[in-house]
Design a protein around this ligand. Structure first.
Ligand code: IFM
Length: 464
């Protein structure tokens, strides 16, 4: 029997570059994702976020959609280059106005705004100056956080500094499958550090500008890593250090794990970490945001047999897994989503229980969970996405099991409100509970949206 606390927050999530469009309107500056998507060959089908879901121009319609879904909260991200086009200097009033209207429109509909400051769209000017491997980007991020705290802090009560810094650092700077498409492992580790530092500085800036009762958070895509056998314990440890503890350590404990520094010593000496930095990264948080899609399975690689790379990076291509040459990423049993990710909700329960064990006083919010499926439109004009309903049902049951075992989980946000720009996959992968027609931009509720509305209104999962 699934049970959620009475004050459990039910929401949906999106991110600026994935939905807004209007990439060059009202003074918005270019971001690294504009540059990336405009580079031939980097995004499937040549797709870009130029128009995305045209959310920028359809704000009222989308706000009404959220109200009809009856969600209690909406997680969106602020496009840094829309409000501060070059990543420094004064606010672009026209760009900020969009977020003023978004926040006011949510509040007038009784929906709590949950604002993410950084969901990957770094102003291109800051990348030209070195990007996240450059320390100054953390300072610029803090300044941007301060400006947003001043502008929206009287109404936004939940702030998320970064979304999935794992992706920003390792996919952006090591494997290069995300913007800015760099393949420099040492730079990726410097990016890890400056994201941690930027997070801490941003929390400080928000605490001094936003409402006193505002909740501070960060969203991590923590990997739930399992070994094939006990002999693979070192592979688990190594990947856990790089993927999880590289962020949990400084942010929640004020230090980098010694094993991470040792594992990566051949890549960098970490001299970019200055005295006091990890204390800054270690700001008290009110809630931890967790994004979960599937678990990770690893095995020690003997260096001889053909290597499995089931995490998606192609053999021979640059890997996001720095200093993990001895690790194989093993294909897990299905079923799979359209992303090729296996469906296994038990990883979510286990991950939530690990966090509860390691950080018992820190509540958690699932800030993303969802799945891409082919979603054909049926002859009746509807999308009968039974697979997605099943996925959501399983994962919400997994959340309720973790709660029953003591985990303090405060909310759940479906990824995503609507089909949108799935980064290097373009529009080919549909994660929405609402369908977006690429020609007309028409929004159509999938069966999962009706299902989710019922869950949200009842606070319970249907039986069966
Ligand atoms: O679409 C992304 C989102 O931007 C970040 N988390 C994972 C989602 C699905 O890949």
């Amino acid at each position: 029997m699934s049970a959620f606390p009475d004050n459990f927050v039910w929401g949906t999530a999106t991110a600026a570059y994935q939905v807004e469009g209007a990439w060059n309107e009202d003074g918005r500056g270019p971001s690294i994702w504009d540059t990336f998507s405009h580079t031939p060959g980097l995004v499937a089908n040549g797709d870009t976020g130029d128009v995305a879901c045209d959310h920028y121009h359809r704000l009222e319609e989308d706000l009404d959609l959220l109200a009809e879904l009856r969600v209690g909260a909406y997680r969106f991200s602020i496009s840094w280059p829309r409000v501060q086009p070059g990543g420094s200097g004064p606010v672009n009033a026209a760009g900020l106005d969009f977020y003023q209207r978004l926040v006011d429109g949510l509040l007038s509909r009784g929906i709590a705004p949950v604002a993410t400051l950084y969901h990957w769209d770094l102003p291109q000017e800051l990348e030209d100056a070195g990007g996240w491997p450059n320390r100054d980007t953390a300072q610029r991020f803090a300044e941007y956080a301060r400006l947003m705290g001043e502008a929206l802090g009287d109404r936004v009560r939940t702030w998320i500094t970064l979304n999935e810094p794992w992706c920003s650092a390792y996919l952006g700077y090591a494997s290069g499958v995300h913007a800015p498409a760099r393949t420099e492992p040492a730079a990726a580790l410097a990016a890890v550090h400056h994201l941690n530092l930027g997070h801490g500085l941003a929390v400080q800036a928000l605490r001094s500008t936003a409402a006193k009762d505002a909740q501070m958070s960060v969203t991590l895509n923590l990997h739930h890593i399992r070994g094939v056998s006990e002999a693979d314990a070192d592979a688990v440890r190594r990947t856990d250090a790089l993927a999880n503890r590289a962020f949990l350590g400084p942010m929640l404990e004020g230090a980098y794990p010694a094993d991470l520094l040792a594992d990566t010593a051949g890549v960098t000496d970490w001299s970019f970490v200055r005295d006091g930095d990890t204390a800054i990264a270690n700001q008290p948080l009110d809630v931890l945001g967790v994004n979960y899609y599937n678990p990770t399975l690893v095995r020690h690689w003997d260096g001889q047999s053909p290597k499995e790379t089931a995490d998606g990076h192609q053999d021979g291509a640059a890997s996001p897994w720095i200093a993990c040459d001895s690790v194989e990423f093993v294909r897990q049993p299905g079923p799979y989503t359209e992303m090729g990710w296996n469906i296994d909700e038990t990883g979510l329960t286990e991950l939530l229980l690990r966090l509860h064990r390691d950080y018992p006083d820190l509540p958690v919010m699932i800030t993303e969970n969802g799945a891409a499926f082919p979603d054909p439109v049926s002859p009746d004009g509807r999308v009968h996405d039974r697979d997605r309903v099943d996925y959501l049902h399983r994962h919400l049951t997994a959340v309720s099991e973790a709660i029953a075992q003591g985990a303090d989980v405060r909310g759940y946000f479906v990824w995503s409100l609507m089909d949108n720009f799935e980064w290097a996959h373009g529009y080919a992968k549909r994660f929405g509970i609402v369908r977006v027609d690429r020609e007309t931009m028409e929004r159509t509720w999938k069966d999962s949206a009706f299902w989710y509305r019922d869950v949200v209104t009842s606070g319970k999962l249907p039986v069966g």
